[in-house]
Design a protein around this ligand. Sequence first.
Ligand SMILES: C[S@@+](CC[C@H](N)C(=O)[O-])C[C@H]1O[C@@H](n2cnc3c(N)ncnc32)[C@H](O)[C@@H]1O
Length: 204
Amino acid sequence: MRFRAKSAALLLGAAIVGAALWWRKNPSACPYGQRFWVEAPHPLITRDRLREVLAPQPGERVLEIGPGTGYYTLHVADWIGEQGRLDIFDLQQEMLDHTMRRATEAGLSNIHPAQGDARELLYSDAAFDAVYLTTVLGEIPDRDAALREIARVLRPGGRLVVGELFGDPHWVSPGKLAAETAQAGLGGFLRHGPAVGYFARLER
Ligand SMILES: C[S@@+](CC[C@H](N)C(=O)[O-])C[C@H]1O[C@@H](n2cnc3c(N)ncnc32)[C@H](O)[C@@H]1O
């Protein structure tokens, strides 16, 4: 009996590792049906730390790519105030609807959703003071295209903050991120926090 339980546990472990490896090699969006992953607490890449690194100012125009169910969204919208504008852009309409429901409940009116693929942003050049995305980049099949689009929509001197958490099958290491962002024309890579859970800040 004990042997059977041990074998079952080993099999389950192997299946989870196998699925994570497969997922890592085949980037795709975390489905809305599995949103419990993004609703769980985000250790190390906390909201307070995002605020420190992104340094959002009242009145700024900010873009969040891949908000999911809005773990950071409502807070950022509050930090930039009513004069500010937070655009949220996600591949999945359900994620946007979920976040917007929460925004309405919280009485926030400065969040503007749009559905699409980060490889082709529908915003004009130099439209944003800052862009941020957390545990999103690794889900995008062509990261270079997405990073070039981000560089395009940031104003000169605008900030980009990328959050990554180890354990996410799509985790992007700081070394890889530094190389890929440099290639896309984003400079001044600064890592905040340990590699297993960090925010990287860059500038256009
Ligand atoms: C793992 S969730 C992270 C959610 C949120 N940033 C957080 O940390 O709680 C990834 C989000 O990125 C979105 N996403 C994935 N690929 C995308 C793409 N190519 N373009 C836009 N959004 C994408 C997913 O739909 C999902 O909402």
